[in-house]
Design a protein around this ligand. Structure first.
Ligand code: IMP
Length: 216
C-alpha cells in the first residue's frame, strides 16, 4: 500500500515548495534560475536551518541521493540536491567527487585550480587536457521515493584561469565548441535552457533538462 502511494507521489509533477539541499551559493543561484519559469518556490537548506550531511558516497549519484534524502526527511517537503564536479581525464577522473574538497575549508578555488595544473605538470601530461563537468540531480520525497538525473559536458582545461563569472572551476573549463571558458560566459549562456528544446550547455542544465521533461 505504501509502495503504491509512494510511486503515485513519485510520478507527480513538482509544484509548491521545494528545498534546494545545498549550502553552495553558486549552485543555489543556478537552481533558482533553472526553476524560475516553473513557478516552484525554492527555499534553501540554510533558510530551513538544515544540517549539511557528510558526503560519504563514492559516486556523484550516491552523494546527490544522500543530500536530497536527508533534506526531504528533515524538512518534510520535496528536496532537490546536486552533486557535481570536475573530472580530468589525465588525472584518472580527479578531483571528481572531491572537487569541493580540493578547495579546502576556505573554499579557495584559485588554489584548487592551481593544484589541477600542478598535478598535470607532475605527470607531464600534454595538452589538450580533456575534462568534463558532471552533475547528478537527485529529487527526494519525504516518503522515501527518489529519482536521479545525470548531465555531463565535455571540454578541455586552459591555464591560466580565464574570466571571473560563475564559480568553482569555471575559469579553467572551456566546453567543446566554444572559445571561452565558463568563467567568461554569462549565466544565460552557461546554464540557460534553450527555448527551442536543443541541448543546454552546462552539466547542471543538461541534468535539469532531463528532470524538467518528467517532473515540471
Ligand atoms: P559538491 O557537489 O557540493 O560536492 O561540490 C561540487 C564542486 O564541484 C563545487 O564546489 C565546484 O568546485 C565544482 N563544480 C560543480 N559544478 C561546477 C560548475 O558549474 N562550475 C564550476 N565548478 C563546479
Amino acid at each position: 500500500m505504501s509502495g503504491e502511494a509512494s510511486s503515485a507521489e513519485k510520478r507527480a509533477r513538482l509544484s509548491g515548495r521545494l528545498v534546494a539541499a545545498t549550502h553552495n551559493s553558486g549552485k543555489l543561484r543556478e537552481i533558482r534560475e533553472l526553476m524560475k519559469p516553473y513557478g516552484v518556490n525554492v527555499v534553501s537548506a540554510a533558510e530551513l536551518n538544515l544540517a549539511e550531511p557528510e558526503e560519504t558516497g563514492s559516486t556523484f549519484r550516491d552523494n546527490a541521493a544522500l543530500k536530497a534524502e536527508a533534506a526531504a526527511r528533515a524538512s518534510g517537503i520535496v528536496a532537490l540536491a546536486d552533486d557535481s564536479g570536475l573530472c580530468v581525464e589525465a588525472l584518472g577522473g580527479a578531483p571528481g567527487i572531491y572537487s569541493a574538497r580540493w578547495a579546502g575549508g576556505g573554499k579557495d578555488f584559485g588554489a584548487a585550480m592551481a593544484r589541477v595544473e600542478r598535478e598535470l605538470e607532475a605527470l607531464a601530461a600534454p595538452p589538450p587536457w580533456r575534462a568534463s563537468f558532471v552533475s547528478v540531480l537527485a529529487l527526494a520525497w519525504p516518503d522515501g521515493a527518489l529519482e536521479t538525473f545525470e548531465g555531463r559536458v565535455d571540454g578541455a582545461l586552459v591555464f591560466p584561469p580565464r574570466g571571473t563569472a560563475g564559480f568553482g572551476y569555471d575559469p579553467i573549463f572551456r566546453p567543446d565548441g566554444h572559445d571561452r571558458t565558463f568563467g567568461e560566459m554569462g549565466p544565460e549562456e552557461k546554464h540557460g535552457i534553450p527555448a527551442d528544446g536543443s541541448l543546454a550547455l552546462s552539466h547542471r542544465a543538461r541534468a535539469f533538462q532531463k528532470l524538467s521533461r518528467e517532473r515540471l
